[in-house]
Ligand binder design. Structure first.
Ligand code: NAP
Length: 325
C-alpha cells in the first residue's frame, strides 16, 4: 500500500511516500481502508518531537509508528476474530494517537478503540476532522465542569480546538465570548458564539464580562493575563504548557486554594466519546471547520501550512477514492 512514512523526527520534509505492507489484522481488531484523514497539531508534534516528552510515547531516538495521521475516515475492509461491533463495508471515522496510520491506505485499530460509524449522508472528508480538536475541547470543558448558564471565553476560536470548543460550549448551554482575527469574526459567530472579540482591533482583556471558564485554545495567553477576567472561582485552561511550563506548575498549586484555578487535564478519548461526537455531528450541533484539502501526495505541503499556526479549523487529506460510496 502507499503511505507517507517518517523514520526520524524533524521538519515536514522528513516525510516521504513509500510502498509498505498492509498491516495484518489480529483478533479484536479491524482493518480500515482510509479515504480521508487530516494533518493537525498532534501529527506535527509527533513528527517534529520539538517537545522532548513526545519521545517517551513515540520512541526515544526514532519514531516507532512510522505512519502518522491520528484522525481517519474510511471503510472497514476486514475484521479480526471476535469482532462483533463492526463489519466489512461499515463506514467509520475515529482517532488513534498510539498507532496513528491515517496517512496510509490501510490502518488497523482495536474494535473497542476510538471509532464509530459515520452519520448517513456525511462524506469521508467531512468525517475525518471530527475528532482531534473536538476531543481536546471536550476534555477541557469536562474538566472545567461547564454547565448551562455558565459564561465562557474561547481565546483562539479559529483553531481546530477553538472552533470545536465554541460549538461544544454552546451545546452544553454556556454563553460564549470568542476571540478571533478580523477575517473570521463572521465564521466564529456562525459557530454559535454569542459575542466575538476581534483581537486585531480590540484588547480581549477589555471585555466587561467575568467568566466561569477561560479556555485559551491556542496557548498564547497566560493565567496572569486572564486572572482578572475570571469570577472568584473561575477556571483557566490553556492548550499549551506556557512559559517555563508554568501551566503545569499552576495546575498543581492553584487547586490547593479556594480561588481561581488553573487546570491542565491529560487528554483522553474513548469509543463512547467518538459516539457522542458522532451524535453531535448528526444532530448538527457540531460541524468541523475545514480550511484546506490536500491529496496525500502533498502531505509535506500540508504540514508546512499547518505549522504556520494560522489554519482556520482543520486541514483535510484525501486518499484516492475519497468520494462517498
Ligand atoms: N495540549 C494538547 O494536548 C494539544 C494537542 C493538540 C494541539 N495543542 C496545541 O493547541 C494549539 C491549537 O491547535 P489548533 O490545531 O486548534 O489550532 P492552530 O492550528 O494552532 O490554529 C490556531 C488558530 O488560532 C489563531 N490564532 C493565532 N494566534 C492567535 C491569537 N493570539 N489570538 C487569537 N487567535 C489566534 C490562528 O489564526 P490567526 O493567527 O490568523 O489569528 C489560527 O486560526 C496549538 O498551540 C497546539 O500546539 C495542544
Amino acid at each position: 500500500m502507499k503511505a507517507m512514512i517518517y523514520t526520524r523526527y524533524g521538519p515536514p520534509e522528513v516525510v516521504r511516500m513509500q510502498d509498505v505492507d498492509v498491516p495484518a489484522v489480529k483478533a479484536g481488531e479491524v482493518l480500515i481502508k482510509i479515504h480521508a484523514t487530516t494533518v493537525n497539531r498532534t501529527d506535527c508534534g509527533f513528527r517534529s518531537a520539538n517537545y522532548f516528552i513526545v519521545r517517551f510515547f513515540s520512541g526515544l531516538f526514532k519514531p516507532r509508528a512510522k505512519i502518522l495521521g491520528c484522525e481517519f475516515a474510511g471503510e472497514i475492509e476486514a475484521v479480526g476474530k471476535n469482532v462483533r461491533n463492526f463489519k466489512p463495508g461499515d463506514r467509520v471515522f475515529g482517532y488513534d494517537e498510539t498507532r496513528f496510520g491515517g496517512h496510509g491506505e490501510y490502518k488497523v485499530i482495536a474494535a473497542s478503540g476510538a471509532l464509530a460509524t459515520i452519520p448517513g449522508g456525511m462524506d469521508y472528508t467531512e468525517a475525518a476532522p471530527l475528532t482531534e480538536g473536538s476531543h481536546y475541547a471536550l476534555g477541557n470543558i469536562r474538566a472545567a465542569r461547564v454547565k448551562k448558564g455558565d459564561i465562557a471565553m474561547v481565546y483562539g476560536a479559529t483553531g481546530s480546538i477553538g472552533s470545536a470548543a465554541v460549538q461544544l460550549l454552546k451545546h452544553f448551554g454556556a454563553y460564549v465570548v470568542a476571540v478571533s482575527n478580523t477575517k473570521n469574526v463572521e465564521l466564529v459567530a456562525s459557530l454559535g458564539a454569542d459575542e466575538v472579540i476581534d483581537y486585531e482591533t480590540q484588547q480581549f482583556t477589555g471585555t466587561p464580562h467575568r467568566f466561569d471558564f477561560v479556555f485559551d485554545a491556542v496557548g498564547k495567553s497566560s493565567f496572569r493575563q486572564c486572572k482578572p477576567l475570571l469570577k472568584p472561582k473561575g477556571i483557566y485552561i490553556s492548550t499549551e504548557l506556557g512559559r517555563n511550563s508554568e501551566n503545569v506548575f499552576l495546575a498543581l498549586v492553584t487547586p490547593l486554594g479556594k480561588g481561581r484555578k488553573v487546570l491542565f487535564p491529560i487528554p483522553s478519548i474513548t469509543q463512547a466519546d467518538v459516539v457522542m461526537i458522532r451524535n453531535l455531528a448528526e444532530s448538527g450541533d457540531f460541524k468541523p471547520v475545514v480550511d484546506r484539502t490536500y491529496p496525500l501526495e502533498q502531505l509535506v505541503e500540508a504540514y508546512r501550512y499547518v505549522e504556520t499556526g494560522q489554519k482556520t479549523g482543520n486541514v483535510v487529506i484525501t486518499l484516492e477514492n475519497s468520494d462517498p460510496p
